[in-house]
Design a protein around this ligand. Sequence first.
Ligand code: SF4
Ligand code: SF4
Length: 124
Amino acid sequence: MPFIITDPCIETKDSACVDVCPVDCIHPRKDEAEFAQATMLYIHPEECIDCGACVPACPVAAIYESVDATPSHQKDLVEANAIYRLGDADAMAKAEEIVQAHIASHPDIMAVPAAERQAAHARF
Ligand code: SF4
Ligand code: SF4
């Protein structure tokens, strides 16, 4: 079961997870053209080997260990992680669309500073 990046990555997007992932399954990387436009990063659900290395590397605890562990109000981002793996322009646009819809529909969560957002997930 893959690890999932959630909304504390938005506004952070520092790529610390990319640097420690042993199978290069987190995208877009800083050296990929899509990085500048992407609002957050995504984990390829089939390439992730569930090693857990990315979790302590993330400065804002944005990464959950499974779909089941991901809070219900973050489940839309499970889909964004999954869609992005297709890697074409349409998939990237659809993932970004999901993220923008998430931001628009969760002003309460997004009002919490990124560094405190994961801890706040339990309140929503
Ligand atoms: S759990 Fe391991 S393989 Fe999966 S995204 Fe994180 S670092 Fe990469
Ligand atoms: S380390 Fe965390 S905040 Fe940084 S890019 Fe990865 S998931 Fe996003």
